[in-house]
Ligand binder design. Structure first.
Ligand code: PLP
Length: 215
């Protein structure tokens, strides 16, 4: 894994330390996650709040320097638990959620890093703000809801060339002075690194095929 990250960084003239590997452990139990912790992985991604909050408290107690990222869609009724349980939320994508996150963060004093998800493929079934609405939404998050936004996240359509989507995400980030880019999965993380990814979200390559249909 690290050799492939290093190779992509070398091709792009980037420092490998500028790429954070998020090991996506969704659907996998503690028996699969513990070996990954034992070999030194410390940054993990989950796509469901409930599943993560059931699974992670004992693991985090044993490995306290673990960082947990929410990479799946966030319902408003889970926002409070998400702020409390995750260090980074990658799926801020609508005013109602953003406003609520602002309120919860202010009240709780917990400050997860936040990424705005952009639906670069404009797919109906996919979460994320549309590219044309992204600038306004980011401004609204900052000015109206008092949120500090770290970067952008996207999940390209599986049937399209991902590089166009990664380039679009990078462009939207640059014009909004956002430094972090969460993009790239098992099939395309090297392309994502070459186009500027700072966070790659890799599940299958690390843990093998997932059993359940939970994506
Ligand atoms: C499942 C998931 C991943 C990991 O996908 P793999 O193809 O298994 O690497 C990355 N990002 C998101 C948002 C996911 O839901």
């Amino acid at each position: 894994m690290q050799a492939r990250i290093d190779g992509a960084c070398a091709r792009a003239g980037r420092n490998p330390e500028s790429v954070s590997l998020i090991a996506v452990s969704k659907t996998h139990g503690a028996d699969r996650i513990e070996p990954a912790l034992e070999v030194g992985l410390r940054v993990f991604g989950e796509n469901r709040v409930q599943e993560a909050l059931k699974k992670w408290p004992p693991l985090r107690a044993a490995w306290p320097d673990t960082e947990l990222h929410l990479i799946g869609p966030l319902q408003t009724n889970k926002a409070k638990e998400a702020v409390e349980g995750f260090d980074v939320i990658h799926s801020v994508d609508r005013p109602k959620l953003a406003r609520l996150l602002g309120k919860i963060i202010e009240e709780s004093g917990k400050r997860p890093a936040l990424f705005v998800q952009v639906n670069t493929g404009e797919e109906e079934q996919k979460a994320g703000v549309l590219p044309a609405a992204a600038d306004d939404f980011i401004r609204q998050c900052r000015d109206e809801f008092g949120l500090s936004i770290s970067g952008l996240m996207c999940i390209p359509p599986s049937y399209e060339e991902p590089s166009l989507h990664f380039a679009l995400l990078a462009k939207i980030a640059a014009r909004n002075q956002l430094e972090k880019l969460s993009m790239g999965m098992t099939a395309d993380f090297e392309t994502a690194i070459e186009l500027g990814a700072t966070h790659i979200r890799v599940g299958t390559f690390i843990f093998g095929e997932r059993q359940s249909t939970n994506q």
